[in-house]
Design a protein around this ligand. Structure first.
Ligand code: GLP
Length: 262
């Protein structure tokens, strides 16, 4: 795990965007795994800026999203389809046929999930997977106790996640869907690189457990300790409970310049 701590979410997001941009420049048909939630919004804004101002093209890039609510139509403002259109896809030159968000309205959910996995394989696997983290340590919608071997499937949200996400549904928990389709932890672990972003003190405990706690299905993100290339981008708040915070900062300061966007 590489733990990168910046003063602000903006600075951390810009750095993460540079890692993605470097890949896309080197491999124009890169395969990106994308996340929703409030955390990656600044990262997407920086990618949009790079597209508009620096000519970064996503024309051949293929995108797979981590998750989607079940039974929420694409047109619903809180669907992850809608989010991705608003926050990224509509502002870059990615082709619609190359953006795949799980279909929460699929009639045959298991068949849809199997097909989703097949499509990732057919593209040669995900090069960089972007992740946020839930306050209970979940990644995508893999809630505590999810199997580390899990694949794309239907899941039930925890009450904690429903409570956390109610802010997007006018604060009304009863409007939050109870089920979702999510990439599995096994799927996420097959990405060649994982980039997890976490900002604010509300994520500090989950980050402490993820980076410094035991690897446990109770904290799904902790499996990233076993990933070969996992970069954890944090701000001051999210890193505030890390025991080795000074060490991570020391390591980052000593990074040779050529390694900065790798
Ligand atoms: C949802 C998403 C996750 C995301 C999490 C955190 O549960 N399924 O992918 O990481 O929310 O959201 P936020 O970034 O808004 O804190």
């Amino acid at each position: 795990m590489e733990i990168i701590i910046k003063n602000s979410p903006e600075e951390a997001s810009v750095l993460a965007a540079r890692v993605i941009a470097k890949l896309v420049r080197e491999k124009p048909n890169a395969v990106l795994g994308l996340a929703t939630g409030s955390t990656p919004v600044r990262l997407y804004q920086e990618l949009i800026r790079m597209h508009k101002e620096d000519g970064l093209s996503f024309r051949e890039v293929r995108c797979f999203n981590l998750d989607e609510y079940v039974a929420l139509p694409e047109t619903h403002e809180q669907s992850y389809h809608y989010f991705m259109q608003q926050q990224l896809f509509a502002h870059i030159d990615v082709q619609a046929k190359n953006t795949l968000v799980p279909d929460g309205m699929a009639k045959d959910i298991p068949a849809h999930c199997a097909d989703f996995e097949e499509q990732i394989k057919a593209c040669g696997g995900i090069d960089i997977q972007v992740l946020g983290i839930g306050s209970d340590g979940h990644i995508a919608f893999n809630e505590p106790s999810s199997s580390f071997a899990s694949r794309t499937r239907i899941k039930t949200l925890t009450e904690q996640t429903i409570e956390d996400n109610a802010r997007f549904f006018e604060g009304d928990e009863t409007q939050v869907p109870t089920h979702c389709i999510t990439m599995g932890i096994g799927t996420i672990m097959e990405a060649k690189m994982n980039i997890l972003l976490a900002f604010g003190e509300g994520k500090a405990e989950a980050i402490r457990e993820t980076c410094e706690g035991p690897v446990s299905a109770m904290v799904p993100a902790s499996i990233l300790q076993h990933h070969q290339v996992a970069k954890i981008f944090l701000d001051d708040g999210a890193s505030s409970k890390l025991k080795l915070k000074d060490y991570y900062e020391w390591v980052y300061k000593g990074k040779p310049e050529w390694q900065q966007d790798q």
